[in-house]
Each structure stands twice: as C-alpha cells, then as structure tokens.
Design a protein around this ligand. Structure first.
Ligand SMILES: [Mn+2]
Length: 344
C-alpha cells in the first residue's frame, strides 16, 4: 500500500470507529504528547469519542497543547474512569499507537495484544524503526524527523483543516525531535511542515522556549557525561564519546528508573554533539542493556559522509546520520577505548 492509500485508509478507520484510544510512549516527550494531542483533536473533529494516554505523563511538560489536561497519565486511573474490567475492548473499538518504536514502550503491551485478540483494530503512526509487528495498519516512516511530521502529512493527504491547535502540536513535535532544527533529521520537508505550522498560527516563541527548557533530568545527566567524555581523534577529525553500561546504570539508579526508555536519552545526543567545530563527524558509542555496543554517527556541517563507516560495521543509515550495533563491550585498555566484540 502506498503512503497516500495508507493515509486514506487510516482516516476511514477513524471514521468508522466510535471510541478511540490514542497511545504514545511512556514518559512522553514533546513529539509523543503532540502526536496524541493532534490525533485526539482530529478524532474529535471527526465526531468521535477520543481518549489520550501516555503512562507517567509529566503534568508540567507542554501544557499548552490542546486537550493536554485530558491526556491520561496513569493506566489504572484510565481503566477506572472508563469502567474497563477485562480488556480495553470493553470500551474502545480502535487503538492508535503513536511514536512508540516498540510495543513495550506503550507500557501496556499485554493489554494491546488482548485488545487485538478480541477483534479491536490498531493503527500505528511512527518514525522509529520497526521492532514489533502488531498493527492492522502500520504507517511507519523512519526517514521522517518526528511522528508530528508524519501526522502533518496525514492532515495534508486527507485535505483536513490545519487549525491553529493542530499547528501547535505539529511544530512542538518537530522542534522536540530535531532539537530546534539542529539535528540532521530535519529535512527540507520538515522545514516545509514547520513553516506551514507557522503560517497556520502556531505559537512559535512559546513552543521554542518549552522545547529548550523541558529537558528531562536523566537526559541532562547523560548529555553531561557525553560532553565530559568527548574526544577528538585529530588524524581522522572524528570526535567520539563513550558511555558504558556502568555509567548508564549509575545515572538510572540515581533517579530510580528502569532502562526501558534509555534509547530516548541517546536520540538527539549524537546530533547535538555534531555541533562541535573542528570535527568532520562524531560517533557516540554506548553499551545497551542487551549486550550490544551501539554506535551513532553524525556528520558535522560540510563533514564526512558517515553511512559507509556504519555499513562497514554492519549498520546503515543516511549520509549524514547513520548507526550500527555490535555484540560486545567497551573497554579502556592502555588509556584507549576498545570495542571488544563478543562471540554471540
Ligand atoms: Mn518521536
């Protein structure tokens, strides 16, 4: 199915539903909250009952988004409110999952699988690479900057009215996931979506200041550590930073967090590091919780193209943003970081 057909079909599915639950990832960021807020506005405009949900939503983040207060942040409270005893299917007939990457990041994967078993429909809107395959209609475009940009494309493709409320959502999601247009994920199409949002009256100053301000504490600490570790290899003009499993555990322990959301902390970090002058590319290396060493490569402006290096290491990506994952560990040997590959 091509993209236009997917957008048409998803709108048809929304229109033929009655009660829609819209879910984004736990500990939601600006793109997750904006996606839920925008889809909720679109569903309500289509005459539907629409409920938004993000587990552990922070009440202070992005509170200007339309319907922000109505987005549920606690699954048990949501169940009580809608009298859900056995399954989400007791009340809802359509689920829309946005910006989640994996099913686990919804915080309610078992409930979603149960909903599907009982004949409920699921649409997925996402810009992360696919991890789980469960949606009846999957609209996934990893090349897009943000789920908000994807929803903007949905609005345009279906010729829906792009109101000021929707424009606030779209601009918030784009600015969050591109670090205010600093990361290479911001393409010319991203800029066009953002400028359409401005033309539709999005509150630019307010949104920029929220996006700059609302950095999560754990994310700040990870970024601080990466900046402290940043080194430049003068021979290749390659800057790099190394974060080990122990480092990550230390930071997560201080804030009592499990590691489910840690990929969020690193998304954007390599892009931010690529602002370093004097380097042609940056490489962020970290040990993930499954025993993989992950490498994120970003080209600096006028820098080297990084996709070849990523591919040589078994990964892939674009010329200016690429990555790889290898089983192994990062070890400091004779004051040099080595990637020691495992045999699994
Ligand atoms: Mn996102």
């Amino acid at each position: 199915m091509d993209i236009q057909a997917k957008f048409t079909k998803s709108l048809e599915m929304m229109r033929s539903a009655e009660r829609i639950l819209i879910i984004a990832h736990l500990r939601p960021d600006g793109d997750a909250l904006s996606s839920v807020a925008a889809l909720r506005v679109l569903a309500i405009t289509a005459g539907k009952e629409a409920v938004g949900f993000c587990q552990d939503k922070n009440q202070a983040l992005f509170d200007y988004l339309p319907g922000f207060k109505e987005i549920e942040g606690d699954f048990n409270a949501l169940k009580d409110k809608f009298g859900i005893k056995e399954s989400l299917r007791d009340y809802f007939d359509l689920l829309i999952v946005a910006d989640c990457g994996s099913l686990a990041r919804t915080a309610i994967s078992a409930e979603i699988i149960e909903f599907k078993k009982r004949g409920g429909n699921i649409i997925e809107f996402d810009h992360h690479p696919r991890i789980d395959d469960y949606a009846d209609l999957e609209i996934r475009y990893p090349e897009l900057s943000s789920t908000a940009e994807l929803i903007y494309n949905f609005i345009v493709a279906n010729k829906l009215s792009f109101t000021r409320d929707l424009a606030d959502c779209i601009l918030t999601g784009i600015l969050t996931d591109t670090g205010n247009f600093l990361y290479p994920s911001a393409s010319d199409a991203t800029m066009k979506a953002a400028s359409a949002a401005l033309a539709a009256g999005a509150h630019y100053n307010k949104i920029v200041s929220y996006v700059l301000r609302n950095k999560d504490m754990v994310m700040m600490k990870m970024w601080g550590l990466a900046l402290e570790r940043l080194k430049l290899n003068p021979r290749y003009q390659l800057a790099f930073a190394v974060i080990t499993r122990d480092d990550i555990r230390n930071i997560l322990d201080q804030d009592n967090l499990d590691s489910a959301a840690e990929s969020d902390f690193f998304s954007g970090l390599a892009g931010f590091l690529s602002n370093l002058s004097g380097a042609k590319a940056v490489m962020l290396l970290y040990e993930d919780r499954r025993g993989l060493v992950k490498g994120s490569l970003r080209s600096t402006p006028n820098g080297m193209l990084v996709d070849k290096l990523a591919r040589a290491l078994g990964g892939g990506g674009h010329e200016r943003a690429a990555g790889f994952a290898l089983p192994g560990k990062l070890e400091l040997i004779d004051n040099r970081w080595m990637l020691v590959c495992g045999d699994n």
